[in-house]
Write a new protein. Structure first.
Length: 204
């Protein structure tokens, strides 16, 4: 009986994290959550009725499961809280001019973020960069084959996840308050809000 209780508890936790909190969908072509009882006009209803968004939801559920397996001993546990925050952000897409595009982008970015943070896809690196000739400005970067491309940069005890951006040349990434643009062996980096741009080169 204890084992059965644990299975049921695990089932319900997963349902809460994906969608409205209802039981998981039995329909393999639908999203990872049950569409029974979703509100009319809600973001959940949009996901339920759009095959491409449903597929993204199922993909996210699989990626989240793989990330959770790696983060099982994480202290403090943050993955579940982050996922609840992401669901709230996805549902806020009802405010967007193009709701569907907003929802799709939210899914793609969350999938890429989990894949990079938990090293679920191939990566290049870590690559060390020397910036402005100062040891304190040294930067270490890992580049992940996600969609969209992502990188994780570390500087001292600070870490930034950056997402690939369109660029006429080179590779450009943007984080919350950080940016990275590498072109012909040289990288232009800003680190922190209002910070001056640094010139960085790969360290030997």
């Amino acid at each position: 009986m204890p084992a059965r209780r644990n299975s049921v508890r695990c089932f319900l936790v997963t349902a809460v994290l994906f969608g409205s909190g209802a039981a998981l969908a039995a329909d393999p072509s639908g999203p990872s959550f049950s569409c029974a009882g979703v509100g009319p006009g809600s973001i959940e209803q949009m996901v339920c009725t759009d095959p491409a968004l449903s597929a993204l939801d199922r993909k996210l559920a699989g990626v989240y499961g793989a990330a959770a397996a790696k983060a099982v001993n994480e202290r403090p546990p943050v993955l579940k809280a982050e996922q609840r925050g992401w669901i709230k952000g996805r549902n806020d897409c009802w405010k967007a001019d193009d709701r569907r595009a907003c929802v799709e982008e939210q899914y793609r970015l969350r999938i890429a973020e989990l894949q990079a943070k938990h090293r679920l896809v191939p990566a290049i690196g870590p690559v060390r960069f020397a910036c402005d000739g100062k040891a304190a400005n040294a930067l270490t970067a890992s580049f992940f084959e996600t969609d969209p491309p992502t990188m994780i940069a570390e500087r001292g005890d600070e870490v930034s996840l950056m997402v690939g951006q369109p660029a006429a040349s080179g590779a450009r990434y943007q984080g919350r308050n950080e940016s990275f643009w590498e072109h012909q062996g040289e990288a232009r980096v800003t680190w922190g809000y209002g910070a001056s741009e640094m010139t960085c080169r790969k360290a030997p």
